[in-house]
Design a binder for this molecule. Structure first.
Ligand SMILES: [Zn+2]
Length: 891
């Protein structure tokens, strides 16, 4: 049996290698700038920060394994002053030390050839503590309770910023053990990847030495220090802690409990137990926006980790769980097994996104994880599903394959995009549902066991999954990971129960797209019957024996990463069978219909006819899909003659759901209903529902005298509606609340509300806040982006940003810099803005921003074209509807 299986496996690997270009991991073939003859095995690093000067002094000793004779050592360093260098105890002259800032390299010329074998490099260096979240950075914050202004330190190294903290072989394939020693003030807590090994008092503070890490990539190092508190628990042999600034640790209780639950799940799923003695979840009140999976010491933007049952919303709670599950999945997939090079970043991020959602859905089925989060509400958010956002991007001319060549540091940083995270996640979900849950897990266990403490390419994962499933996974996957885009499957009813299927590339605003083909793991079901699967391997195929009078639904539960376009008879049958479809299938039909409209494959009537035929419901995911579309059109039509008429129609679609859920929370209410209530309030407020606006104002007033009158779940929605239609005194009230609170989450809600104000006078009052330190640095710049999106005045936001670009960019991290200006343009619908952005980019932006600029230009052109096409279609549709249903009332 075993031999037979091996034989089969060999056959499959021959087939897949013929069709996929990528090879399994081999150290010597891994891309990168650094020569592979010299490999660091152990780092001993000592860092002394100077908080007053915002600089640090460092020394390090690195054990090297030299494979063949070399005349120089080449490693990475950036913005570090190298003071001395010695090899095997012999000092190098200053002339032998060369730093190349452009290539971020440090080259040490050796006096004589270094023989193969073990050697030691010692360096003394100095660096700076940054304001933005790159390398070692500082954060200023208000302490809980006292409100005192404090400072703390943190690090952010992915993708290529460990080299700002200490000189190192800063490419993921150079795994090594790292032992860090730091000197910090005596009343500070210092945290790193491993537990503290020793601590002693010295002049000016204390010296803390951490235990050495297992072999890992340099970007996974972490160091955080400040006046911190923690709460702790244990899970088997693992110490678990949530660490936060003084006075806030108790708000980590929810995260601590979730951590224990998730850890157990992953220990089982991966079949390899979490390998470090401790896992710290660290809340940082600024500096960077999301979360970072440093091995054993995960860092989070504070409101992604801390939950205050008295004031946090249900959305925050769900976000926290999902982010935790994503970052913890990385402890295996990313940290224990690491992609060899940044061209396989998707392997880390697509997988962690998929695994995180799977785990979140497993423990919290009531949150509808796979159905919701299809539509990103917060542009700064990188985890979550938002599959639709990825598909929208992937349909454009500016898309790229999941796996793309990465040559420079800038390219590595811009690889962190929707395609990498969300298409990756979406493809893995499709693959899992095709192979089956158990088989898929068997493959993952095999992969973990084979590659722990090492690096991989995508080919290694496909090999493990092929072995576990006996299916040619690499062959199926190649089309999805190595080429851009995705297909639409066209469904046509023929005589005698035959249904013909054909595929073509699905595109939006992309004429003459190169035609491509995929191997599509299709699922389908005659409505009311069990689903079936089919691998569509060519341009077309057939399904037989489908009763001509029964509705046929493809892409069961919307788990596949493709669109479906039905012919008239099939669509009619589906519209008649809507009440027998589950919510996942209905959401999938809505999403596909909307995409077909965007692609100019169907008029808007296709979408709105479907919406109107849906049975009345308060299904969260379904209503949110509709809200997403109405919101998009509302922004698109802003300022046009059809706007008001559209708003009236849109309100008539949403109002019944709101009237059903009402303002008041019912006892034993499902969390989905709570979420829906908040979404509807925001949406109807944006659509100028006068009754909702009035109610929001009243509730806000009551909140000012007694905060307990307004449920935490509704606060962001109510604040944003009040902010949108604010006058100057209301704006001031919101601003005062924002200044006063020490909760990062609450603060964000108030400033989001300020950013929504549509009065141009207030817009010009909000924007300059982005330059102050009222908000954490990483969030301050997003305030301008939020104004561009929410206020209806992207022009004022852009004028402000252009005039203050230098100060704004000083606050963003490496990921944000290339995206900032282009993202501000994506809310324009006037084609002349595309040209303006091109010119601006040519004169004022680095070459590395080109892909982001191209995406924004495409978005402006798409919106301009779509607006022109949509306005008359919408006018006609709404007129017909008004005639047909005169009872549409003005709310
Ligand atoms: Zn991640």
């Amino acid at each position: 049996m075993r031999i037979l299986l091996l034989f089969l496996m060999a056959e499959f690997s021959i087939v897949s290698s013929a069709l996929t270009s990528e090879k399994p991991f081999a150290f010597k073939d891994t891309p990168g700038k650094l020569p592979k003859e010299v490999v660091p095995t152990d780092y001993f690093i000592r860092i002394i920060p100077d908080i007053d000067k915002l600089t640090f002094a460092g020394t390090e000793t690195v054990k090297l394994d030299v494979a063949s004779r070399v005349r120089q050592l080449v490693l990475n360093a950036l913005e570090l002053k190298i003071e001395t260098a010695s090899v095997d105890g012999k000092d190098l002259p200053a002339s032998a030390i060369k730093t190349d800032t452009r290539n971020e390299l440090l080259t040490l010329a050796l006096p004589s050839e270094l023989a193969s074998g073990e050697h030691t490099l010692t360096l003394r260096f100095a660096g700076k503590i940054n304001e933005q979240g790159q390398g070692l950075f500082y954060m200023r914050y208000q302490e809980q309770g006292s409100g005192a202004r404090k400072i703390m330190l943190g690090t952010q190294f992915e993708a290529t910023d460990a080299r700002r903290f200490f000189p190192c072989w800063d490419e993921p394939v150079f795994r090594a053990r790292f032992q860090l020693t730091v000197v910090v003030p005596e009343n500070w807590l210092a945290v790193s990847n491993m537990p503290i090994e020793s601590e002693k008092k010295i002049a000016g503070g204390k010296e803390v030495r951490f235990a050495a890490t297992p072999p890992m990539s340099s970007y996974l190092n972490v160091f955080v220090a400040g006046e911190l508190d923690f709460i702790e628990s244990r899970s088997g042999p693992t110490q678990l802690r949530v660490i936060a600034t003084k006075g806030k640790a108790e708000m980590g209780r929810y995260a601590l409990e979730a951590t224990a639950q998730i850890l157990q799940y992953y220990n089982d799923y991966f079949g390899v137990a979490y390998p470090l003695p401790k896992l710290d979840q660290i809340a940082i009140p600024g500096g960077f926006g999301g979360a970072m999976e440093n091995w054993g010491g995960i860092t989070y933007y504070e409101s992604k980790l801390l939950f205050d049952p008295k004031s946090s919303s249900a959305e925050t709670k769900q976000d926290i769980y999902e982010v935790l599950a994503h970052e913890m999945a990385h402890q295996w997939f990313g940290d224990l097994v690491t992609m060899a090079w940044w061209d396989n970043l998707w392997l880390n991020e697509g997988f962690a996104s998929w695994m995180g959602s799977k785990c979140t859905a497993h423990f919290n089925p009531q949150w509808e994880v796979w159905l919701r989060r299809e539509f990103p509400r917060d542009p700064s958010r990188r985890v979550g599903i938002a599959r639709e956002a990825a598909m929208e991007g992937d349909a454009r001319s500016t898309t790229h394959p999941i796996q793309q060549p990465v040559a420079t540091e800038a390219e590595a940083n811009s690889a962190f995009d929707d395609i990498t995270y969300k298409k990756g996640q979406s493809f893995l979900r499709m693959l899992e549902s095709f192979l089956g849950e158990d088989v898929f897990r068997k493959g993952i266990r095999r992969y973990m066991a084979a590659h722990r403490y090492s690096n991989t390419t995508t080919a290694d994962l496909w090999k493990a999954l092929s072995e576990a499933s006996g299916k040619p996974v690499g062959e199926i996957a190649a089309g999805w990971t190595e080429q851009p885009g995705f297909p639409v499957v066209k469904v046509k009813r023929e005589q005698g129960g035959n249904v013909s299927l054909s595929q073509e590339r699905f595109t939006v605003n992309f004429t003459n797209a190169p035609p491509l083909e995929w191997k599509i793991p299709l699922t389908y079901a005659v409505v009311g019957q069990a689903p079936a699967a089919l691998l569509l391997t060519g341009k077309s195929g057939n399904i037989h024996d489908i009763p001509p009078d029964r509705a046929l639904k493809l892409n069961v539960n919307g788990a596949g990463n493709y669109r479906v376009e039905y012919d008239q008879p099939s669509w009619k049958l589906l519209l008649g069978a809507l009440k027998n479809l589950g919510v996942a299938d209905r959401v999938n039909l809505l999403s596909d219909a909307w995409a077909l409209v965007q692609a100019d494959r169907a008029p808007i009537a296709l979408y709105f006819e479907l919406v109107e035929k849906l049975p009345a419901s308060t299904e969260l995911a379904e209503r949110e899909q509709i809200i997403h579309v109405l919101d998009f059109i509302n922004t698109l039509l802003s300022g046009s003659p059809e706007h008001e008429k559209f708003q009236r129609y849109a309100r008539s679609l949403l109002r019944p759901a709101f009237d059903a859920v009402g303002w008041e929370t019912k006892p034993d209410e499902q969390p989905a209903t709570t979420n829906l209530r908040a979404s509807l309030i925001t949406a109807l407020g944006n659509l100028n529902d006068s009754e909702i606006v009035q109610d929001c104002r009243q509730r806000f007033k009551a909140y000012l005298t007694n905060p307990e009158t307004l449920a935490p779940d509704l606060r962001p929605a109510v604040f944003s509606v009040v902010g949108r239609y604010a006058d100057e005194s209301t704006w001031n009230e919101l601003h005062q609340l924002g200044l006063k609170t020490t909760s990062i989450e609450e603060k964000q809600h108030y400033y989001d509300a300020l950013a929504a104000a549509i009065d141009p006078k207030l817009v010009t009052k909000t924007l300059p806040i982005g330059l102050t330190d009222e908000l954490p640095t990483s969030r301050a710049v997003f305030l301008v982006l939020r104004v561009a999106r929410e206020s209806g005045h992207p022009d004022i936001a852009w004028d402000f940003a252009r005039a203050n670009m230098k100060a704004l960019l000083a606050k963003t991290d490496a990921l944000g810099a290339n995206r900032y200006a282009p993202s501000l343009f994506t809310f324009f619908t006037d084609e002349s803005r595309a040209e303006e952005l091109r010119t601006y980019a040519k004169n004022s932006m680095p070459a590395a921003s080109a892909p982001e600029v191209a995406k924004a230009v495409d978005e402006i052109q798409f919106r301009a074209e779509f607006k022109k096409r949509l306005a008359p279609q919408l006018g006609a549709w709404v007129d017909t509807e008004t005639r047909r249903a005169p009872q549409i009332t003005d709310h």
